[in-house]
Design a protein around this ligand. Sequence first.
Ligand code: GTP
Ligand code: MG
Length: 780
Amino acid sequence: MTGRSQRERFAVIRKKNRRLMSITILLALIGIPPVSAIDFLTGPAGPASFRILLLGLSQALLLAVIGSLRYLHPRSYTRYATGLFVAVLLTILLPQIPDIIVTDPSRFLLFAATFLGCVFFLNLNSLRTAVMLYATVLLVSIVPFLIFKPLPLTTVIPTLVGIALIGVVRQRHQDKNIETSLELRRRKIDLHRHTLLYEQAVAATEESEARYETVIDSMAEGVIVLSSDGVMIACNRSAAEILNVHPENIVGSQVADLNLQLCRENGEPFPADELPSTFVQKQVQPVNDVVIGIDVDNSQKKWLRVNARPLFRRGSSIPYAATVTFADITEYKAQADTIRHQAFHDTLTGLANRALLKETLDLELAHASREKSILAVLFMDLDGFKNVNDSLGHSIGDALLVEVARRLRHCLRRSDTLARAGGDEFIAVLPKINSPFDARSVADKVLAELEKPYAVGSDVLSISASIGIAIFPDNGTDGDSLLRNADAAMYAVKKAGRRGIRFFGPEMNENARVRLGLLNNLRQAIQSDDLRLVFQPRLDLHTGRIDSAEALLRWNTKDGPVSPEVFIPLAEEGGLIHALGDGVLHKALSAQRQWSADNHDITVAVNLSPRQFAVPDLVERIETATHRLGVAPERLEIEITEGVMIQNVESVRRTMYALKELGLTIALDDFGTGYSSLAYLKHFPIDILKIDRAFVCEIPENTQDVAILSAIIGVARALGIRTIAEGVETQEQADFMKQVGCDAIQGYWFARPLDSQSLLDFIHRHDVRAGRPTSSHIAF
Ligand SMILES: Nc1nc2c(ncn2[C@@H]2O[C@H](COP(=O)(O)OP(=O)(O)OP(=O)(O)O)[C@@H](O)[C@H]2O)c(=O)[nH]1
Ligand SMILES: [Mg+2]
């Protein structure tokens, strides 16, 4: 700082000296040599006059040299040169002084004046003062010269011209000085103004800096400025807080010094040369919304959303620094992760859901087709899970599903994907298997694992599963077809009796296609009322009368009749069962009204599937239907299977009692084929037990069946429950039933199912055969 101002001062002095030097040389040339020349021209010619001339010239030369020296170095050379000049002058003059004083005192004065003028010249800074002094001295020296040695006026002219020139110079300098001083004053004002403006600008900058600092410090986002060599040169309060580092430890350090473990969203370490602050300076473009995880002190993981901008100096396109701003999005990310997790995971088991499975399967398939590897899709469905829900409650069902998920996960590799597709369906994707046998052994393992007992409270539960397998690329090259085919294979297991494993085969697709076609036809048949109701009469063995008829649904398609055993489950799967059930009820009640109108007060029996029975407004529906069709509820019988009763026991009981209160009769169908728990008979308000045809068909030969039938009938009778034997096809069977005390029989021996009108005719014929007046006759 100090060295520079000295140089500047010298530059100013040099500039001034350049002007002084020019004036000095001019004055030396116009002042001294002319006087010497006059002397030379007017004096007597000879060596002395030459000496004087040379002296004048040497004076001029010396002055020029001194001026130059002074120009070269403003201070020391000036003094040195002045001394030199005085020494030289004295050396030349001193020997002559006595002679000159005696012979020519005016010349001595002239020399003395010249000398003094030079001395003044060289040591005065003001040009004006120097010129005036020199002019005065020159005039003073000329006057005695003129007095002592009068000369013709012409000889004085050059001197006068010199003086006049000096005057002109002086005048010009004066003018210039005025101009200069005006200019100076203007500059001074300008300077003053600039100083003021500068001071204002400095104050404004400081104020704005303070304001910015306050604003930046109050920002929730962290801000750090990094120099091009990666040093953090500024930071705000939030940056320190977010990074949990003291601001003093940030400023002046490199990012690496802060010892933050940086990672990407997928958990991989974040390479230092890809950090936004580095990237932004290398690529000279902003970086937006990069999510970076930091492990602050290895204890707390924070997630930051980072933006970075390069900073440029004015006019430069190379960044000298970068600002990095970052927001703590830990909470937001946790919420977003939760939402994402919920969107792609099953809440109960935490497994992937169908959507995520599809995404993962597509990725795995792309991989597998690139690598030409084999992939398997396992479609698993628990067998009879509905029963668990129904008998033990939904929460036990849930707990079982969670445990199943845990066991499945345990059977699979980390690279396998496991998803819950809904209900009790699970899907596993096994990439990179060596052969379909691998898939088979995984399925075997899964089956064995799932069949191990489950502890549910104090009870132990066991369950099996049906597993279908589809292999990429043999059974499909896209996710949808593989899933569909694995599902078809699983369905084939179910159809074959459940609990097992099957690989997909092309015929399964055919089955699925046929079933889909059948379902569509069934939908249309329901809409166009193409299904027919037939009635199978029952014979009361005590009275020999027809007291009731079971309504049975028939569906004839253009390809022939379809068994209810096929289309009823299909309607349940396809969500058509309620429409179908409503139609059956309506038709059955209409038929009953017709029979009643014919004075045959026969009860009509309608089957209800477990799904139909579970409809919450079942009682209201039935009440409304009976009311609308004008049928006494006592003339309606509901046939249910044991499957209904193992559903939510309490609600089933409530529904049954409500139906009974309405006046309905409740029959338990297919007794003996399922759980056949006699406890049902105690707990539920059952009026009729229908003994399954399986116990009847080998009667009377099969002694075991004889024993069972006798026992069932005996118990039922003891409980006050009527019994009806189904599938009675022979006289022996009918006789046997009568013999063991069965209340009624139903079967081909007595009557096949008939339509409503044919049933009426049948009743008439039956009454006539029995020698009884028919109801219509009685009416007469
Ligand atoms: N506890 C529980 N049950 C569920 C859940 N989701 C669906 N379910 C029930 O799971 C059962 C699955 O039905 P299915 O697989 O058709 O019935 P299933 O008794 O297992 O019969 P099959 O599979 O044919 O052997 C249905 O009764 C659903 O109501 C759930 O989240 N929790
Ligand atoms: Mg199931």
